[in-house]
Design a protein around this ligand. Structure first.
Ligand SMILES: [Zn+2]
Length: 340
């Protein structure tokens, strides 16, 4: 089975964005009372939004199941206040639940969190619990920078985040460290802000004692771990100088990278330096990079081709496609076994 650990509902029906636009417009009007979404989206509209996109690519590329979450760049936790974010998040998560209900063989849900700058992460715990217990989701996307590019929150290893981590551990769900759009013009969202955040999170994990305090907590650092594989020697050296654990020991059962690296040399390097127990197959389709690579004639985000081109044993390939995902998402196993 081929599990894609990284997909977003980037093609959601227009009604969802219409609700969001109303929310954003309302922020300018002092008389506006925030409303929960009451979306008029039919099952057929949901089918239509997926059939020509995520489902088509699953079939064409030969992947089976996508771990699916709301569109990351639209989380935009910096917009409005806590209520804005709560209502928006619930609308997005409820729509993912509908996708999973319509296509239970193709998608498993992961939730957005209702984060907001300056608001304690503990306040996201209730929505996480709702999504796991009531909607059957298996993880969350955690934004390390709810300010959208200004990095006003403490590092991920700070006790600031611990109440949310306690809930993650209690529910046995991982977080994908995933920023959203950038309101800092220095950082292009998907080209710089995303990759910065991946790299930043890894360095925080090296320096902090998070995994001593939470030995079973799990994080997925997407986009191939940002700049980390390319600078693996730098991180090894820094960890050594700081008398921190070896990188594979630090990552072991706690930190995973995906394969959302959109060219063969990048994937080759990822597999050369990062332990293969810590790599999850992912494509982030339909996502940031949607074009065809003129050098190969294939889609940049058709990451399965790069994996297939590697010299992997069958056992290793199975780990990348399925086994490691089962480890990173402990609730996934029960869902897959029910499908059999
Ligand atoms: Zn993503």
């Amino acid at each position: 089975m081929i599990i894609d650990c990284h997909g977003h509902y980037t093609t959601a029906p227009a009604d969802l964005q219409k609700y969001r636009d109303g929310q954003i417009a309302g922020l300018k009007d002092p008389a506006y009372v925030p409303q929960k979404a009451n979306l008029k989206i039919s099952d057929d509209q949901i089918r239509e939004s997926l059939e020509g996109a995520q489902l088509k690519f699953q079939r064409e590329r030969g992947t089976d199941l996508t771990i699916f979450s709301p569109r990351a760049s639209a989380m935009a936790h910096h917009i409005g206040n806590e209520t804005t974010s709560q209502n928006w998040t619930q609308a997005c998560n409820d729509l993912i639940k509908r996708v999973v209900d319509l296509y239970p063989d193709n998608f498993v849900g992961v939730c957005q969190l209702p984060q907001s700058p300056g608001v304690p992460p503990a306040n996201s715990a209730a929505e996480l619990e709702r999504c796991v217990k009531e909607l059957g989701f298996i993880g969350c996307n955690l934004n390390p920078d709810p300010s959208g590019g200004n990095w006003t929150a403490p590092p991920l290893t700070d006790k600031h985040w611990y109440p949310l981590y306690e809930k993650m551990v209690e529910l046995d769900v991982p977080a994908m460290v995933h920023v959203s759009s950038s309101c800092n013009p220095n950082f292009h969202a998907t080209g710089a802000h995303y990759i910065n955040a991946d790299t930043t999170a890894f360095m925080q994990f090296i320096t902090g004692d998070l995994f001593k305090d939470f030995p079973t907590i799990k994080f997925i650092i997407p986009h191939g771990g940002g700049a980390v594989p390319y600078h693996w020697g730098r991180y090894r050296g820094l960890a050594q100088d700081m008398k921190r654990p070896l990188l594979p020991d630090m990552m072991k059962n706690n930190v995973f990278f995906d394969t959302c690296v959109y060219h063969q040399p990048g994937i080759d390097l990822l597999f050369k330096v990062v332990p293969r127990d810590n790599i999850l197959f992912g494509s982030e389709m339909v996502g940031a990079v949607r074009g065809l690579d003129p050098e190969t004639g294939n889609y940049y985000d058709d990451t399965k081709r790069y994996i297939e081109a590697l010299q992997l044993s069958d056992a290793e390939r199975k780990k990348i496609y399925e086994g490691n995902a089962r480890r990173a998402y402990p609730r996934l196993g029960a869902i897959l076994d029910r499908k059999k």
